[in-house]
Design a binder for this molecule. Sequence first.
Ligand code: C2E
Ligand code: CA
Ligand code: CA
Ligand code: CA
Length: 278
Amino acid sequence: AKAAGKNQFKFYNQKLEKKLILKQQLEQSLHSDTDHQQFEVHYQPKINIHTGHIIGVEALVRWRNSDGELIPPSDFIPLCEESGLIIPLGEYVLTKSCEQAVLWREMGIEIVMAVNVSIIQFEDPQFLNSLVRILETSGISPNMLELELTESVLAKDINYARALIERIRDLGIKVALDDFGTGYSSLAYINGFPLDVLKIDQSFVRNMLRSKTDQTIIAAIIQMANGLNLKLVAEGVETQEHADELKEMGCTIMQGFFFSKPIPAKQVTAQLQSEILT
Ligand code: C2E
Ligand code: CA
Ligand code: CA
Ligand code: CA
C-alpha cells in the first residue's frame, strides 16, 4: 500500500510538472506571440437536419505549441482561465471568428458564428467594450454572432448575469446556454432568462440510445425549449441513430462528429460552396 501510495504521488507529481511546463509555455506563447500565430480557430458545422444545410458553425480554438504539438482546449483553457490569459486569447478568437463570418458573407454565405465565452471573460468589466469594438472593426452583423455561455455564469451572480446578457442581446447578438443540463441551472433559473438558444449537453446525447433516463431528460429539454421559445441545438451527435432519434424527438439543429469534426475555415468554405452547387 505504501508503494502504491508512493507511485500515485509520483504520478501526481508528473502530472503537476507537465501542467507547469504547459503553463509556462502558454504564458510565453501569449506574451511573445502577440499576433497569436500559435493559435488556430477551427469551426464545427451545425446542421439543419430537415434541409441538410449548414446553418452555422461553432468556433473552437486549438494551440500548436512551440514543439509543434496540437494541444486540445481542455488542456489549456483552464490554465488560461487561472492566469487571466483567457481574456486576450478570447478576444483573439472572437476577432478571428467575426472576420471569418464577414469573409463568408462576402462570398454570399450567411451562417451564424457561435463563439465560446469563458466565465472569466464574462466577468471582466471590459468585456462589453471589447465586444462592441470587435463588432465595429470586423463589420459582422451582430445577428450573425452567437455567444455560447455555460451555466456557470448564472451560478455566481444572477442579477449581474441577467443585466449583461440583456446588454449583449440589445447589441443584436444571440446568446446560447451551452452544456445545458449539466450545471447548476434549474428550470426556475432558465424561465424568463433572456436567452436565444439552449444546447443540450453531449453527455445526454451520448447515452440516449441506451439510457431511458437520458432520453427522458432530452425530451424534457426539447419540450421546455419549445415552451420558452428557445432554439435548440443537440451536440455530440456521433451516429446516424443519434440523428434519427433526435429528429424524431423534434430536434432540428445538430452538431457532432457524424456531420463533421471541427475543421479549418478553408474546409468549411469548400463544404459551403458544394452546398450552393447542389
Ligand atoms: P464545448 O463548448 O462544449 O465544445 C464542444 C466540444 O465537443 C468540442 O471539443 C468539440 O470538438 C467536441 N465535439 C463536437 N462534436 C462531438 C462529438 O460528436 N463527439 C465528441 N466526443 N465530441 C464532440 P473541443 O474543441 O476539444 O473543446 C472542448 C471545450 O473547450 C469546449 O467545449 C469549450 O468549453 C472549450 N473551448 C474551446 N474553444 C474555446 C474558446 O475559444 N474559448 C473558450 N472560452 N472555451 C473554448
Ligand atoms: Ca460551446
Ligand atoms: Ca457544449
Ligand atoms: Ca463542454
